[in-house]
Design a protein around this ligand. Sequence first.
Ligand SMILES: Cc1ncc(COP(=O)(O)OP(=O)(O)O)c(N)n1
Ligand SMILES: Cc1nc(C(=O)O)sc1CCOP(=O)(O)O
Ligand SMILES: [Mg+2]
Length: 538
Amino acid sequence: MAYFCTQIPVLLNPGVACIKSFHQYRFLHIKAMQDDKVSTPTPSDECMVRVPHVLTVAGSDSGAGAGIQADLKACAARGVYCSTVITAVTAQNTVGVQGVNIVPEDFVAEQLRSVLSDMHPDVVKTGMLPSIGIVKTLCQSLKEFPVQALVVDPVMVSTSGHTLAGPSILDSFREELLPMADIVTPNLKEASALLGGVPLETIADMHYAAKAIHDIGPRNVLVKGGDLPASLDAVDVFYDGKDFYVFQSSRIMTPNTHGTGCTLASSVAAELAKGSQMLSAVKVAKRYIEAALSYSKNIAIGGGRQGPVDHLLKLKSNVQRRPFDPCDLFLYAVTDSRMNKRWGRSIVDAVKAAIEGGATIIQLREKEVETSDFLEAAKACLKICRVHGVPLLINDRIDVALASDADGVHIGQSDMPAHVARALLGPDKIIGVSCKTPEHALQAWIDGADYIGSGGVYPTTTKENNKTIGLDGLKTVCLSSKLPVVAIGGIGTSNAQAIMGLGVPNLKGVAVVSALFDRECVLTETRKLLEVLKESTK
Ligand SMILES: Cc1ncc(COP(=O)(O)OP(=O)(O)O)c(N)n1
Ligand SMILES: Cc1nc(C(=O)O)sc1CCOP(=O)(O)O
Ligand SMILES: [Mg+2]
C-alpha cells in the first residue's frame, strides 16, 4: 500500500480534515500501526515523510533578490519546500523595475488549482498581487482548498519606488484578503496605504497602525519599521489582537537590502509550516533575516544602489574558497600544540612559518587546547591561509571546523564516521580520512572523503600506539585507493624521497608533524623538505 501522508486522513480517520504537521503525521502513523489499523509499511514506504510546504503566490523578480525567487531561496534556507504561483513577471535589477507583465487571471487560477489540489501546501504566502481579479481568484481558491495559515505581505511599491499594486487593489485587500490572513506584514508605506494614507513616523504610530490594521480582520499584524525616519535601530511592532511586542535591534549597515520584505514573510510562512506558534515564527524569521542582511555586507551584485540579501548565507564563502586539488597534498604540515609549547611559539606563528616555507596544506592538530582557544586559533590561521591560497583543515573537531569556516577536517578510524562528517559539513568541504588498509580506503571513498592519509609509514613518537604499515603497506593502500593519498608517520628530509619514489600515481605528497614543528626553525625545515620533495619529482 502506498503510504503518502496526504492520504493519511482518509486511511486512518475519515473525520480528520487535515494533518497539521510532520510530527502529527508520525504520531498518527505510529499509533495506527500499534492499533493494527494499517499493515506494517515496507522499508520504502517508511521513507515517505511529509515535509513542511509553503506555496508562494507572488511576482517573479528577474534580478532574483525579491519576489518568487526570494521566497524560494528563503524557504530552502529554512528547510521548507516551496511551490510557486506566479502572478506577474517583472523586468527588474539592482537599479529598479524596468517592466511588469501581469499573468492573466485565469492562468493564475489554473496554477493555484494545480498546486492546491495536488500538493496540499501547509501555508500560503502572498507577495505581489497586481490586480483585483487576481486577489479575488486567490481568495476563492483558498476557500475551495483551505490551508493551515495565510501570510500576507501586502506588496504595493518596490524598494526602488515602482508601483507593483495600485491603490485600486486596496479595497479588495481590506475587504477580502486581510480578513482571511493569519498575519499581514506591511512596511510603513504599506501600512499607511492600508489605513487611507495616515502619516506613520514614530514607534507610537506603528502601534496605532498595528491595531488599526488588526481591526480590518487579520489575526496578527507585523508593522516593519525599516523606513522609520531618525531611527538608528530597526524596530518592528507585532500585535496579536491582545498584546504588542516590539522587536528592536541595531540596524545592519549594508546596501544589500533588496528582498527583505519578501524574505521575512516567507520565512514566517516557513516556520508556521513547520508547526511554530505565530510569535515564535516571527522571532525566528527576524533572526534569519538579520543573518541574511549581515551576510550580504560587501557583496557586489549589479551596478545599482540596492543589491539582494544573501538568502542562503553562502555567497561570500564560495568567493574566498577554491575547490580541493589533490596537488595540495604535496607538503602537508600538521601542527602539534605540545611541540609549539616546547619551542615557545603560537599556533599562528607556526602556521605562518610553514606557509612561508612552502607548505601546500595545513592541518591544525591541537589535542590539548581549550575549545575556545582552538576556535580563535583556527580563525586567525584561516585568515593567513586564505591570503596565501593554502587550505586549512581541522583535526578531529567538526564543530571547530564549522564554527571557524575552515576548509575541512581530517578524521581517523575512531573519530566521527566520514559519512556523518560529510552530512554535517556539506558537499564542498574537504574531508580526509586516515586509512591503514584497502578496506579503510574503500570505505573512505564510499563515505565521500576527498583524500586519505596513510601510515604510519615509519615509526613515530608523535602519535601513541600507532601501527607502522611500512612502505609496502603504503603501496598496497595506494594501489587500492580511488582517492588521492598523502603518506604520514615518521617522515622527514631523510626519507621523503623514498616515499615519493614509490611511483604510484595517486600518492600526492607527505604529511609531517615533528620534522617541521619539533624543530627550532619551522621556516627552514619546511623549505628543506620542499626542496627534497621537488627533487624527488624531477
Ligand atoms: C594527513 C593525516 N593523516 C592521518 C592522520 C591521523 O588521524 P587520526 O588517525 O584521526 O589520528 P589523530 O591525528 O587524530 O591522532 C592525520 N591527522 N593526518
Ligand atoms: C598524526 C599521525 N597519524 C599517523 C597515522 O599513521 O595515521 S602517524 C601520525 C603522526 C605523524 O607525526 P610525525 O610526522 O611527527 O611522525
Ligand atoms: Mg583523529
